[in-house]
Design a protein. Structure first.
Lengths: 508, 257
């Protein structure tokens, strides 16, 4: 009996020796052999890996300034931290390994040494009802403004508040205020509960404070703070599904050429994630644009392509120069030494092949190469009411088309660019411009630069090839088969009924 | 009516449908049943029910009664016409959905491990791949090589291939095809180290046509890394995943496919 008990204790015990072995194999590459967050990959990411020696953790259930609970550490390991390089390890390491790891992480800091003190989670209440209702959201919005959320997170929550260019963490590294319209990238989770917990605990080590003291001062009630969380939750859709093919409806009459034309409300939108250009020199490990929303419509003569993406700054903006410098100096760069930040513009490129491929072969997704060019529309905030059409032959060569480029209109509004590109489906200059056709899968890719985040040239966010399909007018043959099938079913059905009725009529 | 075989059959079909569509996904560790599988299950259930009702002559006759009644009885004329109309419409809609034009992404027929060249040019130096072993296995200190390999991996490869080497780095979702999963027994476990060296050195742009080089986000690492750094990261890949590379003895005549 005693031995069984001892065995159980031994099994449950957290073993720092085994934790160390797991740590050195899977964690040290980023977090460093001594846990200081200075592993070999540390300078290839922002935000940086956690420095365990300081024991300052963003995602906790405990009050601001306190240590996290074991469950808090376990959650970060299990589920990872969305929006960062930290993956979830639940399916990768055994439960025992992960428990041992938590024990080992705590040995990096003397703050955990006093085992008589056990961090206690805040007693969070549960969400008041009516969270999605208009009244609740109005209350949430009211306090979103009055407790200062919009100073950093901005009027529409896109992380573009007036303080956002100045934000640094305790180590002096640049941080972005979270874009609240992309909840799937919240490192502490996207539910209203998660958001409420972050409001209560703050994100220690960052400019995001705890608002628990405002409750103590009775500046607002607990219910009102919940409303803020519910309002923030309402700013983001669920994580968008990535679909391969953009379906462009054929619409009658004029195309919506203005970015805020109400006709866009009726066109399906598609999300494409972008990641840093880490393929050719000079690579970029800190892209600011996480993805683009794309809508396309055509009217048989021309097409309009609307790209919407969030960008915290209307570049060039000298208020962001210092931020750009901090970003450049905190990353490992192929350039060697960090270049001086300049007031670069925001840019966007939409890419197609030069001709619609008949097989699966197409040009290299990263702007083609010397032998197989791509066709692109390039837009820059430096001349926001125009786009340049042309051919790229690799990242370093772009030749504008002689005539008949694409048109563009753009709007910058509260941390978001909305740009509409327009072009005739067919152009006279068919050698240097793509001729669009309906009913074909046309490869398309997207590239984005945030000038204020020091993005220019090869320092950008990229996608791979997706597809655009312009709806064809419905040909008559599409209706023939259904009509034939229906007639057949009806005739057979009527014959069956007649036969059955005759048969039963013969029998008395 | 409660014990009528026809209505019992209808009830059975409904129960089976609810179980398959809503019940199975609720079991721990299971997912939504795909529509084609639902159809198969439902057909199986239907066949079973038909066997059961036709097994007994009296039951079969009773089973057919409501069907027959709908066909012949004049008081059921509305139901008869309604069913006939509904069936016709359903067939029409189904046919329309089948013939309607919809554009799909072209199939991506990609050879994941295309045949390697017999030699390659690395920064102007010709390296013969046939029979080539990892030179670092025979020289220097293995711990030093592995440390170099780990550094190279974390600074260059991790963002896509992930810190667990399973192809799920934080950039992985941005690319298609997704980065290779080295933990899987179908990748480096099946390859010689010289093949892996070739893939790292020449990357996506160095793939033959059947490897769809235009889609691959794999950089050509010869412009970033030295020959020894690539051999070191190859050592690290095998060490971290505990796979063993194929040796030339095993692959003689077999090639790399």
């Amino acid at each position: 009996m005693t031995s069984v008990f001892l065995l159980a204790v031994a099994l449950l015990a957290q073993d720092t020796t085994q934790g160390k072995a797991v740590y050195q194999k899977w964690c040290a590459g980023c977090h460093g052999d001594t846990g200081a967050g200075d592993g070999e990959a540390a300078h290839y990411m922002l935000p940086r890996p956690r420095d365990f020696t300081g024991a300052i953790y963003q995602i906790r259930s405990t009050a601001s300034g306190e240590l996290p609970t074991d469950a808090d550490l376990m959650r970060a390991i299990d589920d990872g931290l969305p929006g960062t390089a930290m993956p979830g390890w639940k399916d990768r390491l055994s439960a025992g390994d992960r428990r041992n790891l938590v024990a080992y992480l705590k040995t990096f800091s003397t703050f955990f040494a006093d085992t008589s003190f056990r961090p206690q989670p805040i007693a969070f209440g549960s969400a008041p009802g009516g969270g999605g209702g208009d009244e609740a959201l109005r209350t949430g919005r009211l306090f979103y403004d009055s407790i200062g959320c919009r100073k950093c997170h901005g009027d529409r929550g896109r992380g573009d508040g007036p303080s956002s260019p100045t934000l640094k963490d305790d180590a002096g590294l640049p941080v972005f205020a979270a874009d609240l319209s992309e909840g799937w990238r919240f490192n502490g989770g996207a539910s209203a509960e998660d958001i409420y917990h972050r409001l209560r605990t703050g994100l220690d080590g960052t400019p995001m404070p705890s608002f628990s003291d405002l409750l103590d001062q009775q500046f607002l009630t607990d219910e009102q703070l919940w409303r803020v969380a519910q309002y923030v939750r309402s700013l983001s859709p669920d994580a968008p599904e990535v679909r391969d093919v953009i379906r462009a409806p054929r619409i009658a009459g004029a195309l919506p050429r203005a970015p805020d034309d109400s006709a866009w409300n009726d066109v399906d939108r598609y999300w494409f994630p972008l990641v840093g250009q880490i393929i050719v020199k000079n690579r970029w490990f800190n892209p600011a644009v996480s993805g683009v929303w794309v809508q396309v419509a055509h009217n048989g003569d021309s097409l309009a392509l609307r790209v919407v993406w969030n960008d915290r700054s209307q570049s060039p903006d000298t208020a962001w120069l210092a931020h750009g410098g901090r970003v450049l100096s905190s990353l490992a760069l192929d350039e060697g030494s960090a270049p001086a930040p300049q007031p670069w513009p925001d840019q966007l490129a939409v890419q197609f092949p030069l001709t619609i491929p008949s097989g699966m072969e197409r040009p290299y997704f990263l702007m083609g190469d010397r032998t197989a060019p791509v066709y692109q529309w390039r837009w820059s905030s430096a001349s926001p009411a125009a786009a340049v059409a042309g051919q790229a032959r690799g990242l370093d060569r772009f030749d504008p088309a002689a005539a008949g480029g694409a048109g563009a209109q753009s709007v910058y509004d509260a941390g978001q660019w909305r740009v509409v590109f327009t072009r005739a489906l067919a152009t006279p200059d068919s050698a240097s411009q793509l001729q669009f056709q309906t009913g074909r899968a046309i490869p398309v890719a997207f590239f984005a630069w945030d000038g204020s985040n020091a993005e220019t040239g090869t320092r950008m966010a990229v996608s791979t090839w997706y597809f655009l399909a312009l709806d064809e007018p419905v040909p008559a043959r599409v209706f023939i088969s259904p009509v034939l099938a229906m007639t057949l079913v009806l005739v057979v059905g009527l014959l069956m009924v007649r036969r059955a009725q005759r048969a039963s009529g013969r029998q008395p | 009516m409660r014990h009528h075989p026809f209505w019992q059959s209808v009830a059975l079909l409904l129960i089976a449908y609810v179980l398959i569509v809503f019940g199975i996904p609720m079991l721990p560790g299971s997912a939504l049943v795909p529509k084609s599988v639902v159809l198969q299950y439902m057909l199986t259930v239907l066949v079973g029910i038909l066997i059961w009702v036709s097994d007994d002559e009296a039951r079969w006759t009773r089973f057919k009664e409501p069907l027959h009644a709908v066909l012949v009885e004049s008081r059921l004329k509305t139901i008869r016409n309604g069913l006939l109309g509904a069936l016709t419409l359903m067939v029409g809609c189904f046919t329309y959905s089948q013939v309607r034009a919809s554009v799909a992404a072209p199939p991506n027929l990609r050879s994941i491990h295309p045949a390697p060249p017999s030699q390659l040019t690395f920064r102007g130096k010709t390296i013969s791949l046939t029979g080539l072993e990892n030179p670092l296995r025979a020289q220097g200190d293995m711990a030093t090589h592995l440390a170099t390999g780990r550094r190279v991996y974390y600074q260059n490869c991790m963002a896509c291939h992930g810190d667990y080497l399973d192809g799920q780095g934080h950039y992985a979702t941005g690319f298609n095809p997704i980065p290779l999963n080295f933990q899987d027994n179908g990748t480096i476990a099946q390859l010689t180290e010289s093949f892996v060296f070739w893939r790292i050195a020449k990357g996506g742009p160095g793939l033959p046509r059947e490897g769809t080089p235009w889609n691959s986000a794999m950089p050509a690492w010869e412009s970033f890394l030295t020959e020894d750094e690539i051999w070191a990261v190859v050592l690290y890949l095998y060490d971290a995943t505990r796979w063993h590379p194929r040796t030339w003895g095993e692959t003689e005549g077999g090639g790399h496919d």
